[in-house]
Design a protein around this ligand. Structure first.
Ligand code: NAP
Length: 488
């Protein structure tokens, strides 16, 4: 809603929820082909408006225009990919069991037909660090729209004008393509976000941000008289384990890759590998001190700058932590790159203090003497979005370490990487961006990739229904041509 004032009162929030609810019913009833057409039209309109949107995004977030242009490309690619995915109807996961009097459970099987349907209006809490890809037109919105739901976005306070401008583009594109103009609406204000989350018309919510904020909103979603799914992406340190042979053979490559990963987007990425484990005395330590890093550049906003200074200061104050690399500007605004150093024994003694997310260009390097101790650290870690192993495939000792780590990291993280860095999350079919708490509040799902659409769908089974009352996707003869898994 472009004409909503930024301090819209609760009454306006209720009106926005009502408008989105009405739009959601109409949208859910539209054909998959029509939905795909509308989503593609929205993507085209965002591309057409790119210049203005990028200028506004740059003014509000201080992110460089080249980075913002790439992010907008990713955002419109994502919308088009999701449009492609819904067009063939496979996302409905249609299953048909024909009646079977001989069903071996001891009682006849009825005619059962199951499919996924839209969950209902979705509330999206936009992220600060991706003003396009995790904001008004971002991944959660794309997934909710593809699933057949209208979306209410609680704009992030870091880019209110961009949020309104993006919603305006979406609204006029949707109207032009024959969809409701209220398909995506924006509200502003922390309290209004909570009011919307409590509104019974909202049927699911998603969030990207801090552990404290995400947890507070998750608790509100669960305390409602009708609790709803809350897909929160909260915090992750994304540990990276460097095995001994790789450390001695590829020190410069590893140091350069690591520093590139923690300074990209000024370290303001949820997948930033905040903790790097390296062998004590390894040449990687020297290489980390020598490799080039980008010049300091401003963080997204004052709140994140303050959080960064607090995080680095608090870690540096720990008795077991020293400075590996820092310029005179490490706590300035804008801040330089900081690497802190500690040992595995210190981390094992106090994992909660030392293994913590610091949002910004900083990393904690942990030296270890015995690789056999690393699994203990992996076991002590909280849930993670990613975990990385840097190792030489030809070195038996590296492979042995990896074999010990992989089962534990599989329990702990949503995405495991081998000799690559976790930042730069590709939007694909097999992508998994999630993980056990506190990485997310919903470890069975993903926030990126086409599998994210399922978060905003709900299964319904029809038992013994006449064909005339069944949804087209469940009918014999398959009039929509959607993939059907038929038993019997
Ligand atoms: P945030 O403070 O958690 O805010 C995210 C969104 O949730 C904003 O819309 C915010 O509203 C709202 N919100 C937060 N706490 C709330 C509460 N108690 N009640 C109602 N609404 C609430 O996150 P942020 O501003 O993006 O960044 C702060 C920190 O979050 C960063 O320093 C970083 O540590 C972490 N972060 C993590 C990720 C990730 O991908 N996991 C991404 C970005 C940031 P307002 O805008 O109105 O305050």
């Amino acid at each position: 809603m472009t004409d909503a004032p930024s301090d819209a009162p609760a009454a306006t929030t209720q009106e926005a929820v009502a408008a989105v609810s009405a739009a959601s019913r109409a949208w859910a009833a539209s054909s998959y082909a029509d939905r795909a057409h509308v989503i593609r039209t929205i993507a085209d309109a965002l591309d057409t408006a790119a210049a203005d949107l990028i200028t506004t995004a740059h003014e509000e977030t201080r992110l460089p225009e080249t980075r913002l242009a790439g992010e907008l490309r990713r955002t419109t690619f994502q919308l088009r990919l999701f449009a492609d995915v819904i067009e063939d109807g496979a996302f409905l996961d249609v299953r048909i069991d024909r009646p079977d009097t001989e069903w071996p459970m001891g009682a006849p099987r009825p005619d059962l037909r199951r499919m996924l349907v839209p969950i209902g209006p979705v509330l999206v809490f936009a992220a600060s660090n991706f003003p396009f890809a995790f904001s008004v037109a971002g991944g959660d919105t794309a997934a909710a729209l593809a699933a057949g739901n209208a979306v209410l976005v609680k704009a992030h306070s870091g880019h209110p004008r961009l949020s309104d401008a993006t919603a305006a583009v979406i609204s006029s594109a949707a109207r032009a393509a024959g969809a409701p103009g209220d398909l995506v609406r924006v509200i502003h204000g922390t309290d209004n976000g909570v009011t919307a989350l409590r509104d019974p018309a909202i049927k699911a919510a998603s969030f990207t941000g801090s552990i404290a904020g995400g947890r507070a909103l998750f608790d509100i979603a669960n305390a409602r008289p009708e609790p709803i799914p809350f897909y929160g992406e909260l915090g992750s340190v994304n540990p990276a384990f460097v095995a001994p042979a790789a450390a001695s053979h590829r020190a410069d490559e590893i140091a350069g890759g690591y520093l590139g990963s923690i300074t990209g987007s000024r370290g303001q990425l949820c997948t930033k590998p905040g903790v790097l484990l390296v062998p004590a005395g390894s040449p990687v330590l020297d290489a980390l001190c020598d490799a080039e890093v980008p010049d300091p550049a401003p963080l997204l906003n004052d709140r994140i700058q303050e959080g960064f200074v607090k995080g680095v200061t608090s870690l540096s104050a720990h008795h077991g932590v020293s400075v590996l690399r820092a310029g005179s500007d490490s706590l300035a605004d804008p801040p330089g790159t900081t690497l802190l150093l500690t040992t595995l024994d210190e981390v094992l003694a106090d994992p909660n203090t030392l293994v913590t997310e610091v949002f910004g260009p900083a990393g904690l390097v942990v030296s270890y003497t015995n690789p056999a101790d690393l699994p203990e650290l992996a076991r002590a870690m909280d849930g993670q979005l990613t975990a990385t192993i840097v190792a030489d495939e030809d070195a038996a000792s590296d492979i042995a370490l990896a074999r010990a780590l992989v089962p534990i990291l599989t329990e702990k993280a949503g995405r495991l990487l081998w000799n690559q860095w976790p930042t730069g999350v590709s939007v694909t079919y097999a992508q998994q961006h999630g993980g056990p708490y506190p990485a997310t509040t919903a470890p069975t799902t993903t926030a990126v990739g086409t599998a994210s659409i399922t978060r905003f769908l709900r299964p319904v089974a029809f038992q013994n229904f006449p064909a005339s009352l069944l949804p087209d996707a469940l009918r014999d003869g398959n009039p929509l041509g959607v993939p059907q898994r038929i038993d019997g």
